[in-house]
Design a protein around this ligand. Structure first.
Ligand code: BMA
Length: 827
């Protein structure tokens, strides 16, 4: 097999559409893999699409057609040689021409394409053109043909197999780029090649790891058709299987006795084994025809949905150990997918690990994640839940979509089998729920909406191609019940999305339900100051200034932010205060939900917050903003997901202390519980002795003297152990008599940045250093640290900038909840 990459020398031009004059008729260099918008940006023909209101200026691109052209040199095919043009990904509706011959057309960015080019390829210079039509116009055409199906947001993304959030989402821009988004190459081969390699990894009762490699072979169809041989090697152990003439599939199995187990992060190591697969002609003087490698990890993962006395659990079990899932939902890490480097993914997954997460859910409006993404998750022990790509819409089950759905599902299930981190497949995002609650049946009038995909086609493909993986029909869903039998979002059955909080309800209502597994819940907050102000230049910058609003996509987003603030912190008038308050409230709301969910383990078996990351600079539910900066929520998640958590929760009408021990060792030792005044007077105190078994939750009653304040405005209940602390206030911030300026700080230069020693003169809640305001590269090691009167905490700020002594103690940088108390409008 000889591979010739075709990435250099492409040219891009527009061919039809409402193209601005200064772009129409121009030919510019094109990057491959890449996309049209990025090429226009590189050529200086558009401003950065994420800047200010540039998105509005680029609406013309929705209805534009493009041509990518390349001239490349090749030799003519030999008589016994196959030459294929292989595209790993085209975004999206394309026709491919080689030397004037049409090779084929495509309409699915989620699959690869391969064309036999023996007829079209020439000796010497060859002209390759990939013409992209407007995916929107294609989708509208399919919609006219098949009949409208309900979808969220303006465009019919459900009519074309292009990433749904290409067309805008409630956190994403509507840019609809086009391009050759994955590698493209010429492959020259003889006799046969490895078409798919699908290792199914299992672990036997005796600890023997098994790699059952399922191979599909493509025969060249020219010349002799000899017997072939496939060899698989893992950890020095090899197995070979003969493939008789004419056969195109084979299975070869390698066993690894006493395989070292792969564990999720927090549970053990992540040993990975290299698998080598070669295809050769059989017998003496064998020729190697093709070869590939994968990395596998030995573990078993399933989801326990065996009915119990409450309903139907949804408990992830790894190597026989039930795991409380501490996760986040994942969206494409940049709207322009081709900019997402392996290094960027490493940083992002490391942020998930840093926030004590063990699972990422790849949401169905994005993509089947890349090899790089899965490699990083394999290495970090980050479990992955992969959605099939259906989100918030009804989807036709007829052609031209059905065949595409089947092809992409087969390809991606096979592509991802080797990855130890891939825990489960899921049919769709919210579509079962949508059918039940969002008025779809009336609109559909009996037409298909996707149910056949989620309950027949997709589970059938997973069972056929990867029986080692669990399949869920949707998120949310109630396992084992039809949509009209038990509500898909029922708290007692399977997964639940909790969106009443944020959309309509205060975050304290998280406690009204005890879900079996909460796979989506979240609260918005703006991006960090440095990110916001480098992309939005409104003067003045306010929550309602036009650039800010274009970077807030949620329906009534600012209204929900303010209504979320009002009963807790109050709504500040100055923008800088509002920015800090909304970020703080985001962190508080989500932590409140997580502490509730964790306190109910094992009844509640997971929390997957919406969302880890952003795909551009925007006000959103993300913990990490579009420029990769952690928002206060990220620190809040790190605390709420810590292996050991103390939390005060209501049970049977009283406040109790709950200790959550998500650790392999028992949690022992004293917890000192105190009721204190904000200025440090001890009103009541008690000591509890912990002995919480591994991976479990224990509850401790608290005496009335601790839970009943003398003056609710000025007191706090604090429970402190060596590893964790819980603080419980007796009222909301707006009602409390905080000392508004309780912090003294000293800054010392240290290698790589600064140490900021902060001392509290009075109870100081949620102390934060918004370091990016002092220098754009500055990052603080911790945030939302609550200090008791007299306590001191050292923050470390990492930055290359030389800062003057006051930069990190500026009142807009060193903040806490207390300082908002004098700056809000009380209801
Ligand atoms: C959930 C997700 C997304 C959406 C988010 C916030 O429903 O599935 O569709 O972005 O809510 O509204």
């Amino acid at each position: 097999m000889i591979r010739q990459t075709l990435h250099d020398g492409w040219q891009l031009s527009t061919t039809a559409g409402p193209v601005p004059e200064h772009i129409a008729g121009r030919t510019i260099p094109a990057q491959v893999p890449g996309s049209a918008h990025l090429d226009l940006l590189a050529a200086g023909l558009i401003r950065d699409p994420y800047l200010d209101r540039e998105e509005e200026e680029l609406v013309w691109a929705h209805r534009t057609d493009w041509a990518y052209a390349l001239t490349f040199d090749a030799t003519a095919p030999a008589a016994d040689e196959r030459v294929d043009l292989a595209f790993d990904g085209l975004d999206t509706v394309a026709t491919i021409e080689l030397n004037g011959q049409v090779l084929g057309s495509t309409a699915n960015m989620h699959r690869s394409y391969r064309f036999d080019v023996r007829e079209a390829l020439r000796e010497g210079a060859n002209d390759l053109v990939v013409r992209f039509r407007s995916a929107l116009e294609y989708a509208e055409e399919v919609e006219r043909q098949l009949g409208r199906r309900d979808h969220v947001y303006p465009h019919p993304f459900n009519m074309v197999r292009k990433m749904a959030c290409s067309f805008g989402w409630d956190w994403g821009p509507d840019l609809q780029t086009a391009g050759i988004w994955k590698p493209v190459r010429l492959e020259r081969w003889r006799t046969a090649r490895l078409a798919t390699v699908r290792p199914l990894v299992t672990v036997g009762e005796d600890g023997t790891g098994r790699v059952e490699v399922h191979v599909d072979i493509e025969r060249a169809g020219v010349g002799a058709e000899p017997e072939l041989e496939i060899t698989a090697t893992v950890d020095g152990r090899r197995a070979t299987v003969a493939v008789p003439p004419g056969a195109t599939t084979a299975v070869v199995t390698v066993s690894v006795p006493e395989a070292r187990l792969w564990w999720p992060v927090g549970y053990g190591e992540q040993p990975l084994y290299q698998l080598d697969v070669t295809l050769a002609t059989a017998g003496a003087g064998a020729d190697t025809l093709d070869a590939t490698t994968r990395r596998v990890g030995f573990r078993t993962i399933t989801v326990d949905t065996t009915p119990d006395e409450i309903g139907t659990p949804f408990t992830v079990v790894v190597n026989g150990t039930p795991v409380f899932v501490k996760g986040a939902n994942w969206i494409p890490d940049d709207h322009f997918l081709t900019r997402i480097t392996r290094e960027r993914l490493e940083r992002r997954v490391d942020q998930a690990v840093g926030a004590n997460m063990n699972m990422l859910r790849i949401w169905g409006g994005g993509i089947y994640e890349t090899e790089d993404f899965y490699d990083v998750c394999d290495e970090r022990g980050m479990l992955v839940w992969q959605d099939f790509l259906f989100a918030c819409a009804s989807y036709p089950e007829e052609e031209p979509l059905r065949g595409e759905v089947e092809a992409e599902a087969r390809e991606n299930v096979a592509r991802l089998t080797s990855h130890a981190s891939l825990a489960l497949w899921n049919g769709c995002n919210e579509n079962l729920w949508g059918y039940v609650d969002w008025g779809w049946p009336e609109q559909l009038a009996g037409r298909t909406w996707g149910l056949g995909y989620y309950t027949e086609l997709l589970p059938g493909i997973v069972a056929e191609l990867d029986p080692t993986r669990f399949y869920a029909a949707g998120s949310p869903y109630s396992p084992a019940f039809a949509v009209d039998e038990v509500h898909p979002n029922d708290a007692d059955h399977g997964t639940r999305h909790e969106w009443e909080v944020w959309n309509r309800q205060d975050y304290t209502t998280y406690r009204d339900f005890v879900p079996r597994f909460c796979s989506e819940f979240g609260f918005q907050g703006p991006p960090t100051w440095a990110t916001l102000t480098s992309w939005v230049h409104d003067a003045p910058l306010t929550p309602t200034s036009p650039g800010f609003l274009l970077h807030q996509k949620a329906e009534d987003g600012n209204g929900k932010l303010d209504r979320g603030l009002a009963p807790h912190i109050g709504v500040p008038t100055a923008f800088e205060d509002w920015h800090w308050a909304t970020q703080l409230n985001q962190a508080r709301a989500v932590a409140y939900g997580i502490e509730h969910f964790r306190s109910w383990w094992p009844r509640t078996a997971g929390a997957i917050v919406w969302q880890l990351n952003d795909c551009w600079p925007v006000t959103s539910w993300a913990a990490v903003d579009g420029d990769e900066r952690p928002k206060p929520l990220w620190y809040g998640l790190r605390h709420a997901y810590a292996p050991r958590l103390l939390t005060v929760q209501p049970r049977d009408g009283r406040e109790v202390l709950i200790a959550v021990n998500d650790h392999d060792e028992a949690w022992t030792g004293p917890v000192v519980v105190e009721r204190l005044t904000f200025d440090g007077v001890r009103c009541a105190t008690a000591t509890i002795t912990l002995d919480v078994p591994p991976r479990s939750v224990a509850r401790f009653d608290l005496a009335d003297s601790l839970t009943t304040p003398g003056d609710a405005k000025k007191e706090v209940l604090v429970a402190t152990s060596q590893d964790a602390r819980a603080t419980h206030l007796f009222g909301e911030d707006i009602d409390l008599a905080y000392e508004p300026r309780p912090l003294r700080a000293e800054v010392t230069a240290v290698p790589g940045g600064y140490r900021v020693d902060v001392t509290a003169t009075s109870f100081a809640r949620d102390v934060a250093l918004l370091a990016d305001r002092a220098a754009p590269d500055a990052e603080v090691d911790d945030m939302l640290v609550t200090l008791l009167p007299g306590e001191r905490h050292s923050f470390t700020v990492t930055t290359a900038a030389g800062l003057d002594a006051t930069a990190l103690t500026d009142p807009l940088v060193l903040r806490c909840a207390n300082d908002l108390s004098t700056r809000v409008v009380r209801p």
